[in-house]
Design a binder for this molecule. Structure first.
Ligand SMILES: Cc1cc2nc3c(=O)[nH]c(=O)nc-3n(C[C@H](O)[C@H](O)[C@H](O)COP(=O)(O)OP(=O)(O)OC[C@H]3O[C@@H](n4cnc5c(N)ncnc54)[C@H](O)[C@@H]3O)c2cc1C
Length: 456
């Protein structure tokens, strides 16, 4: 019997497996796709290096940095170009720089005078009851504390950029727990953020989060871990059934039409919630999972577009541009990928990554790559002064991209936690429960690895 079987070879499952293996534990990873990493996958074609899924890893704490070093990837690590600090949001059809200082905030055309005053009053606004705050949406929270303008032209596009989601549906406590903590502990976002910063400094845990990638793109991270796991990583293998047999977990998976079976003391489940619900679970587990709500995963298309640099009027001096839902462009946002990291486009060219779809435009899920290209080009012409056609184009489609931490998420999480309490050795992780950023999934893997106990 193995120490653990891990369902899902995304970054959470891979991290858990690697750390467990380092501790001398015997583990296997069962991954449905032909390659590891879930959406984390980089491609090099015609001199362009682009990401099919995530573009940047925001390092959440020093441990993730040391993990990268341990994997031997420190030499390949790329910091974002300093221009990345500048971010644009569309207002009245034009990209406007997000203010980076109090002086810029006074003069920015992004917010009205009323909006700016609303922001200044934030520390003096009253809190709502603890009970109401638990189910408050991101939109309601932001509007209550900072006003409508801030919701429409800061948080709404930000939520689109991170979750491809709707701030009116995401629950603050689940989607942005830190922000909720600022109000709860400090009485206001601004006061809470200052207190939090001071506390971390006092405790010696202050850490400046930074976005990074690698010279070969983010895909090198899952690939490196996969190499280290060797034949303990089963690719093209879909977990189809899980049974509790005595004190062990019996897992059945399908590969090339053939059934395989394994037994382990611990079972780590790092697959999306819809995949977890599709598995045939033994009695006692299948019923609560069936009764729990379905998390929504909206579709997202990620378009990599290469142009000659002189085809675009905009200086591309920033991270990218996000589109508020009030504005007319269809795209969710555009990343200035070749401005962020070196080596993304041939000399004299640039690489843009356009995100389309999300909760806002679910109807675009079924469009073919040519139609999506037409939408992207139309928006790039008006937003960035693009002329002509792309020198390079690749479309990556994610029909179920990112789980939405809406009201249903609370019930889903409660179900998983109570199953973990009831069944020893059963642990759930990954982005269907532990946070949707890559960094959160890596930390989820770390948490899961620590939960495995040896089988003998
Ligand atoms: C387009 C896009 C852009 C993103 N951009 C960013 C970004 O810039 N920065 C950032 O931090 N995050 C970003 N994210 C989010 C981030 O990539 C994910 O949240 C993170 O990679 C999730 O890792 P995970 O291991 O939790 O889950 P996943 O990567 O989803 O891994 C789950 C794995 O389980 C496998 N699986 C499913 N069913 C079964 C089964 N029955 N048996 C076996 N295996 C199964 C799947 O094939 C998958 O590989 C983005 C996501 C997408 C889709």
């Amino acid at each position: 019997m193995q120490d653990a079987i891990i369902l899902g070879g995304g970054i959470s499952g891979l991290t858990a497996a690697y750390l467990a293996q380092q501790k001398g534990l015997d583990v296997s990873v069962i991954e449905k796709a032909p390659q590891p990493g879930g959406p984390i996958s980089s491609c090099k074609e015609e001199g362009y290096l682009f990401e099919r899924g995530p573009n940047s890893l925001l390092l959440p704490d020093p441990w993730v940095e040391s993990f990268i070093e341990e994997l031997g990837l420190k030499g390949q690590l790329q910091e974002t170009n300093p221009v990345a600090h500048k971010r644009y949001i569309v207002k009245n059809g034009c990209p406007v720089a997000v203010p980076a200082s109090p002086l810029q905030a006074i003069f920015t055309p992004l917010f009205s005078l009323k909006g700016k005053l609303g922001f200044l009053l934030e520390p003096f606004r009253k809190q709502i009851s603890e009970r109401a705050a638990k189910t408050e949406t991101v939109a309601s929270f932001v509007q209550r504390r900072m006003g409508r303008d801030f919701l429409d032209y800061a948080i709404d596009p930000f939520v689109s950029g991170v979750y491809a989601g709707d701030p009116h549906k995401l629950i603050l406590e689940h989607a942005f727990p830190l922000m909720r903590g600022f109000e709860r502990d400090g009485g206001s976002i601004i006061r809470g953020a200052i207190q939090y910063k001071k506390k971390r400094k006092r405790e010696g845990t202050a850490y400046k989060k930074r976005s990074i990638s690698f010279e070969e793109g983010l895909g090198v991270l899952p690939k490196t871990i996969a190499r280290k796991l060797g034949n303990r990583l089963w690719l093209n293998s879909e977990a189809v059934a899980v049974n509790r047999v005595d004190e062990a977990w019996q897992v059945t998976w399908k590969r090339d039409g053939e059934n395989f079976e394994g037994f382990a003391k611990s079972l780590l489940v790092c697959i999306p919630s819809h995949a977890t619900k599709r598995i045939a679970w033994s009695k006692g587990i299948s019923e609560p999972l069936k009764a729990s709500p379905n998390l929504e995963y909206p579709p997202v298309h990620s378009l990599a577009l290469g142009f000659r640099r002189d085809q675009i009027e905009h200086p591309l001096d920033g991270f990218g541009v996000l589109v508020p839902s009030k504005e007319s462009p269809t795209v969710l946002g555009v990343l200035f990928s070749s401005s962020l990291y070196a080596g993304r486009a041939p000399d004299g060219h640039c690489l843009l990554t356009v995100m389309i779809g999300g909760i806002r435009h679910r109807e675009l899920a079924a469009l073919d790559p040519d139609k999506l290209l037409q939408i992207a080009l139309r928006d790039l012409r008006s937003l960035l002064g693009l002329k002509g056609d792309p020198a390079y184009y690749h479309c990556s489609s994610w029909p179920k991209a990112i789980p939405q931490y809406t009201r249903d998420f609370g019930a889903w999480k409660d179900t998983l936690r109570s199953l973990e309490d009831e069944f020893s050795g059963l642990h759930f992780g990954g982005n269907s429960i532990d946070g949707i950023a890559m960094g959160a999934s890596i930390l989820s893997g770390k948490r899961l690895a620590a939960a495995i106990s040896p089988s003998s």
